[in-house]
Design a protein around this ligand. Sequence first.
Ligand code: SF4
Ligand code: SF4
Length: 112
Amino acid sequence: MKSIDSFQCKRCGTCCKWEGPVRVSEQEISAIAQFLNIPEDDFIRDHTVLAPDRKSLSLMEKEDGSCVYYDDEAKACILQSVKPQQCKDFPKAWSFPGWDKLCEGGKALHEE
Ligand code: SF4
Ligand code: SF4
């Protein structure tokens, strides 16, 4: 497998469809609420939930666990310019066993 340093996102959207919290900091909440033109308190009430470990808020999910901000038609994140750090950090700063079998960029690391 090639080094993670050579990882390139293939924009397959798989990581936006995994179940699991997409954590947002206070600054990120402000930026996203402003971007969506929603008052911050309303955004927190209507568009975030408490993460399972209760250590932060996370973005609300669709019923199937995918992120509500993934646009299936455009195959892109609606929040691109203000997306959370957690999203930017995958997979170089965090990942999980087997991620490279699911992520198209990860699969490419196995190719010659
Ligand atoms: S905020 Fe954007 S990048 Fe992050 S999981 Fe949702 S759709 Fe994907
Ligand atoms: S799963 Fe991998 S290749 Fe697909 S969008 Fe996420 S980081 Fe990019």
